[in-house]
Ligand binder design. Structure first.
Ligand SMILES: NC(=O)c1ccc[n+]([C@@H]2O[C@H](COP(=O)([O-])OP(=O)(O)OC[C@H]3O[C@@H](n4cnc5c(N)ncnc54)[C@H](O)[C@@H]3O)[C@@H](O)[C@H]2O)c1
Ligand SMILES: O=c1ccn([C@@H]2O[C@H](COP(=O)(O)OP(=O)(O)O[C@H]3O[C@H](CO)[C@@H](O)[C@H](O)[C@H]3O)[C@@H](O)[C@H]2O)c(=O)[nH]1
Length: 527
């Protein structure tokens, strides 16, 4: 089939590439000329494992096109997916300006029947707004004779696992209108998704509003599990229990399951924070505030402070003269996405308290530099205190503490002896619960995870002596790192000092990640 994808970001690019891989002809449209230029030159605007190979193959075989030509994109196909950003508006609701602009673009150029599919995450009722702007455009052109249908097909992929999630979806939600045009739309979508249903039927057909709601409900449920566990983890710290053991204990009940129960530094990324916010806004607008989800958000905000509280507990609030090593900048492994990454607020707070930060991430250093320049646009002088290093162990040399913020594979089995010897004071603040508290204690490292029975936080009478286990010589971090192509690539890069990078980038970050532009980018850039 011929398919147009409007918006070539994380979702649009993965959707376009995967649909082309299945044999369709795909036209990917974007308004960002730099992004389209990069893709046409064989480059990749995002880090997503496996994506580049698929794109390269399908471009070579002539099934995948990247362009900024809106008229050509509309002429190309009868099936149009809108996959543009829906960032949070001032009040937390989803900002639909990009979605409606995309719809207008289609209405302006369409000549025959079109199916317009909302793949972006959009509040209930958006399909009707999309239909209204398309009708407006058609009326202006006096082409009310042209028929169309708006459908909803929310996307459930996770960054870092996007190809697999798209190619082997748990479900394909299709919301269609209950009329003859809706039937036509459904027939086209069923045909497009036929290859995904060979093993068993994955399609769930429903009305448009329920499909729109399903997406928010899914993210809200997952976010709820995380906040629930984070709150229990904080209690585990107080009562001397280990939340990891508790997770395994409850996850073994199939009614609960193991997934999405990891305590950490609070959920981040481009979806959970904004989607929970947007659903809460929708509920308020309808006079029915969602009390559970309001609490989920509050817990998440507070959770972003928990590691910092452990820092204050250890060092006090003034950190001048202290150096913190940070492992992991992206909001999760497998991506370079820095949207709502916990590393942003934690690094900013450390810098504002006077500390120096030496940070490592296998793929997100450049994006992190841009994000931090944006966050610190009012205090650009602090950027000089952040250094990005090429290898994880370069970050820890002479550091007062190591803060682990992303669970990249190559951070999972560091050489504990080397770690202890390299650091000024051997303290590990583990925001991802990657390490065994007892192994850390045996290696002579003070360890604070999230809800791992933080002995240092307990009153002396409550402390239990950890059972000391013999640790066999762990694999050196560098050897593990060498297994990862991405890490090897990062190691070839020269050490980058953030102040030096500061930033033509700030402006680009909004564009790349759909964030609201903020005043003062120029100041950050000149710093
Ligand atoms: N990122 C994810 O993991 C994920 C997963 C599922 C759903 N979603 C949802 O999908 C949507 C897109 O998210 P994303 O992360 O891919 O966003 P993104 O910011 O990475 O990409 C959006 C792209 O749309 C382009 N764009 C904006 N207006 C346009 C227009 N009028 N015409 C053509 N292109 C235009 C932007 O330039 C940008 O390249 C959001 O609603 C998001 O909530 C995201
Ligand atoms: O047990 C867990 C699982 C995740 N997280 C955090 O939750 C956030 C989101 O993680 P994840 O869901 O893996 O990544 P996303 O790419 O944001 O994917 C979510 O958001 C997408 C956009 O809507 C949806 O399509 C996906 O189904 C949904 O998982 C990250 O900060 C994770 O660190 C935890 O803290 N604990």
């Amino acid at each position: 089939m011929n398919v147009t994808i409007v918006g070539t970001g994380y979702v649009g690019l993965v959707t376009g590439a995967c649909l082309a891989e299945l044999g369709n002809n795909v036209f990917c449209l974007d308004v960002d000329q730099a992004k389209i230029g990069l893709l046409n030159a064989g480059g990749m605007p995002i880090h997503e494992p496996g994506l580049q190979e698929i794109i390269q193959r399908n471009v070579e075989e002539g099934r995948l096109t990247f362009s900024t030509d809106a008229a050509a994109s509309v002429a190309f196909a009868d099936l149009h997916f809108i996959a543009v950003g829906t960032p949070p508006d001032e009040d937390g609701s989803a900002d639909l300006k990009y979605v409606l602009a995309a719809a207008r673009q289609i209405g302006r150029h369409m000549e025959g029947f079109k199916v317009i599919v909302d793949k972006s995450t959009v509040p209930v009722g958006t399909a009707e707004k999309v239909a209204a702007v398309v009708r407006e455009e058609l009326a202006q052109r006096r082409r009310d004779d042209i028929a169309f249908s708006v459908a909803s097909n929310p996307e459930f992929l996770k960054e870092g696992a996007a190809i697999d999630d798209f190619m082997r979806p748990d479900r394909i939600v299709l919301g269609v209108e209950d009329d003859e045009r809706g039937e036509r739309a459904l027939a086209m979508l069923r045909e497009l998704y036929r290859p995904f249903n060979r093993n068993h039927e994955r399609t769930r057909v429903m009305d448009v509003r329920s499909a729109e709601f399903t997406k928010y409900a899914a993210n809200a449920m997952l976010a709820t599990r995380i906040s629930f566990m984070n709150e229990l983890a904080n209690l585990a710290d107080r009562v001397g229990a280990d939340i990891e053991l508790v997770r395994q204990g409850i996850g073994s009940d199939p009614r609960i399951g193991y997934s999405f129960l990891y305590a950490g530094t609070g959920y981040g990324g481009s979806c959970f924070p904004k989607d929970v916010d947007a659903l809460c806004r929708t509920a308020q607008e309808h006079g029915l505030p969602l009390q559970v989800l309001d609490a989920v958000q509050r817990v998440n905000h507070a959770q972003k402070q928990v590691l910092l509280e452990k820092v204050w507990h250890q060092f006090g609030k003034r950190l001048a003269g202290r150096t913190f090593a940070v492992w992991g900048l992206a909001f999760k492994p497998g991506t370079d996405d820095m949207r709502e990454a916990p590393s942003r607020s934690i690094i900013r707070a450390l810098l504002q308290a006077g500390a120096r930060v030496r940070a490592h991430d296998p793929v997100a250093q450049e994006q992190a530099a841009r994000a931090l320049a944006l966050d610190l646009q009012d205090q650009p002088q602090l950027l000089a205190n952040v250094t990005f290093v090429a290898k994880p162990m370069d970050a820890v040399a002479d550091a007062d503490a190591l803060v682990v913020l992303t669970e990249w594979k190559n951070y999972k089995s560091p050489n504990l002896r080397a770690l202890r010897e390299a650091m000024r004071s051997p303290l590990v603040l583990d925001g991802r619960n990657l390490y065994e508290p007892h192994a850390m204690a045996a290696a002579g490292i003070t360890y604070m995870g999230i809800g791992r029975s933080n002995l240092a936080l307990l009153a002396p009478a409550q402390r239990v002596q950890p059972e000391v286990r013999v640790v066999s010589d762990p694999v050196p971090a560098d050897e593990v790192a060498a297994e990862s192509g991405a890490v090897a690539a990062a190691e070839e890069e020269p050490i980058a000092v953030l102040a030096g990078l500061a930033t033509q980038a700030a402006a680009e970050t909004h564009k790349l990640h759909g964030e609201r532009p903020a005043a003062g980018d120029a100041a950050a850039a000149s710093a």
